[in-house]
Ligand binder design. Sequence first.
Ligand code: PXP
Length: 241
Amino acid sequence: MIKLGINIDHVATLRQARGTKYPSVVEAALRAEQAGADSITLHLREDRRHMQDEDIFAIRPLLQTKMNLELAATDEMIAIASQVKPQDVCIVPERREERTTEGGLNIKDTYEQLYRATQTLTEQGSRVSLFIAPDLKDIDLAKKMGVPVIEIHTGSYADADNEISKQKELKRVTDAAAHALSLGLTVNAGHGLHYHNVNLIAGISGIDELNIGHAIVAHALFVGWDNAVREMKLLLRNYST
Ligand code: PXP
């Protein structure tokens, strides 16, 4: 069955909005695991708009599953990851003015920087993934770089506002996943996935894990955190091939 990584960034967004101690990201992580999460994903952004350094250090030793730390390939972030030693690191592009991670990495233009980051992170024991658009050329470059995992950005699929473009974007993700699998890469996917659109992505054969955050945090307002995680897990169980 396809695995569910729960991204808890927006639990921290709510806390940071008031500068309070609640809601607890530690509690969110541990309860997500109890409700069926296969991993806990967090993004330590350069601007620290949601997760803080101390969150990462507090959560890492408490997890029963594994930590998937998202970060930009900067010296500062690589140094933090080298101390925290998450099981998984997903390298993402970052722009200060963006609302969220809007696209995949530009591997071609940042190849050397990504290669160095990948080497350092791999040497300290993390499994490295690159967050990329469903683009066959980027997948070939990721393979050349030697990363074991890619995460396909599903934002364009999630944002498609009519059936034709949705099917077109679904095909891009499906073809990208098939290509990456044929090269021996492990394939994850995520971004913008929701209870109403996760079905077709979960149905793509060979995807290992989906990382989902915003929709689950939002749904939790109405059904509670544990139920929001459980409901998504159930959908993955029903739709995985
Ligand atoms: N995967 C990656 C690499 C991301 O950067 C994000 C957003 O931070 C997600 C998955 C989750 O996206 P969403 O919050 O839209 O579910």
